[in-house]
Design a protein around this ligand. Sequence first.
Ligand SMILES: NC(=O)c1ccc[n+]([C@@H]2O[C@H](COP(=O)([O-])OP(=O)(O)OC[C@H]3O[C@@H](n4cnc5c(N)ncnc54)[C@H](O)[C@@H]3O)[C@@H](O)[C@H]2O)c1
Length: 231
Amino acid sequence: MKKKIVVLSGAGISAESGISTFRDSNGLWENYRIEEVATPEAWNTNPELVQRFYNERRKQVIESLPNPAHQFFHELESGYEVVIVTQNIDDLHERGGSKHVIHLHGNIRYSKSSGPNQERKYYPINGWELSLNDLCDEGYTLRPHVVWFGEAVPEMDKAINHLIDADYLIVIGTSLNVYPAAGLIHYVSNSCKKIIVDPKASELKVDSSFIVLSKSAVESVSELKKIFGLE
Ligand SMILES: NC(=O)c1ccc[n+]([C@@H]2O[C@H](COP(=O)([O-])OP(=O)(O)OC[C@H]3O[C@@H](n4cnc5c(N)ncnc54)[C@H](O)[C@@H]3O)[C@@H](O)[C@H]2O)c1
């Protein structure tokens, strides 16, 4: 049976594809405060701004390409069972070839209803633009399929089930500041081998059992290939 690798990724893995991270810009997301664009309150008070913000992010994602770090996790599938648990709302893991991706915070290429009780029905967005006139099957306005701050994270249980029997955990490109996602690293067993990849790894809250690669995601690929016998 193949050994299982769970990858917990964050905005940093897509930085070298040209998509800005969140913490590296002083807690602003593309010059917006998260309260203005990434909360249910923001949607209720200014849906035009929120829709425009995510339309711009979607356009940027569509114009970006997966980088060698995304592609490396696809290559790993030749010898391992690989499950990607990503906080990213971009689809660069999928476009890098990864078969099994869990999006904790949603996927910007999809929309969902802003009405009640339809949490798990997602509609693919054709192109980059979602309009406030676009409606779901039940007639409610479509909103981006993104988990906003203060909302439940429906994929957490699925992620936990993969972490508890992981042989390896690779944490890459996340500041481990956003909960509950950051708490996932505590679900692995004592025998799980853990690696963290982040240029600022020394500043992150992880214990000494992690192998630390203090380089960018792309710069770490050759080291990761050695660790997993791909070279
Ligand atoms: N690409 C995206 O989908 C995207 C982009 C920005 C924000 N977000 C959202 O904002 C939240 C941000 O939390 P987060 O922890 O994912 O990101 P974060 O912005 O809080 O932290 C990014 C981390 O990546 C590291 N990093 C920067 N450049 C890197 C590189 N080239 N290689 C490897 N690591 C690098 C930084 O040192 C930092 O620790 C997430 O919930 C996410 O949904 C998503």
